[in-house]
Design a protein around this ligand. Structure first.
Ligand code: ZN
Length: 321
């Protein structure tokens, strides 16, 4: 007899980790075995590799990659996400869950002029037996969704974003090298082509996130906002051309970034917001820990809020690796 939450429960543990993993397998189109064990494993490293994918799909070793490197990747996947995360991005197919969400609290940098997040206890264990807080914030705070309605008066609110658009193949475009030398750097079509050269075609209906490395400034809010003498944020972002390309050529459903805005801070009239939200797609700003996500092969789950007529709101965003 064991106890769960103070209640005696007979029998063995029913909710085994592999059952949870099975749900992930379904979300990813059954690319792994029903038992939740990646089909690439130590046995594969010993000689037989069966990734469960067809050649050329995202996450598949690029044509020409030495077989030995492919086998090494297979072995890493078998050791689990925790081991891999310590050494760099999680391997696609490792069965891990990454949290791409910043904790929402009063110290998190917010858009200039917006109020910080507020949480006030309104019920306590001592009075009534339950704890509860009243929370207040503007919608666009922390790791949050931009619904089309945020930019486009004819666009849908966050409550009307189709659930099938909130679970999508995750594509990560890494522009950190350029941002290091130029805070005004932006994602371009050339970055998309470079991703294709390394990983294959962009999956259809993908969620494409820009990894700028801006998160490293989070501990210093002034450095995170990076205002210049005119009060303009000097921060990286998306070009509208790159966003439009992904929408028209690949049917991308969502766009992410690790800064406060989809647009470069210095861009006039928010052209990336217009390209993305004006096309009925949604954005997620201020993503966390994108560097730990694989560039290809993961699935993103955007836990968008669902308040009626909302223009967006704080979200829990996960990557299934
Ligand atoms: Zn926003």
């Amino acid at each position: 007899m064991r106890h769960e939450f103070g209640v005696a429960v007979p029998g063995p543990l029913m909710c085994a980790p592999r059952i949870v993993r099975f749900a992930h397998d379904v979300a990813r189109g059954n690319r792994r075995s029903a038992a939740g064990v990646p089909r690439v494993g130590l046995a594969g490293a010993a000689g037989s590799v069966d990734s469960g994918r067809t050649a050329g799909q995202p996450g598949e070793p690029k044509a020409g990659v030495p077989r030995r490197r492919a086998l090494l990747g297979a072995g890493l996947a078998a050791f689990g996400a925790a081991t891999v995360a310590a050494a760099g991005p999680a391997a696609a197919g490792s069965g891990g869950v990454l949290d791409l969400t910043h904790p929402l609290g009063p110290d998190l940098p917010v858009w200039p002029g917006n109020p910080p997040f507020v949480s006030v206890p309104v019920a306590t264990y001592e009075r009534g037996g339950f704890a509860q807080n009243a929370i207040a914030s503007w919608e666009h705070i922390g790791t949050h969704v931009d619904a089309p309605l945020h930019r486009d008066p004819r666009g849908i609110g966050v409550d009307l974003i189709a659930p099938e658009d909130l679970v999508a193949p995750l594509v990560v475009l890494d522009i950190r090298a350029r941002v290091g030398a130029d805070p005004d750097a932006a994602v371009t079509v050339a970055d998309i082509d470079a991703w294709r050269a390394a990983h294959g075609e962009i999956p259809e209906r993908a969620f494409v996130a820009a990894l700028t490395g801006w998160e490293s400034r989070l501990a210093e809010p002034a450095a995170f906002l990076n205002l210049d003498a005119t009060g303009t944020q000097r921060t990286p972002g998306w070009t509208p051309e790159a966003a439009a390309h992904l929408i028209t050529e690949c049917g991308a459903v969502g766009f992410g970034i690790d800064t406060l805005s989809l647009d470069r801070g210095a861009a006039r009239d928010s052209p990336a917001h217009t390209a993305i939200l004006g096309s009925g797609r949604y954005g997620v700003e201020m993503l966390a820990d994108l560097a730990a996500a694989p560039a290809a092969g993961a699935t993103v789950v955007v836990g968008a809020p669902k308040h009626t007529g909302g223009t967006g709101g704080p979200a829990r965003v996960l990557a299934l690796t």
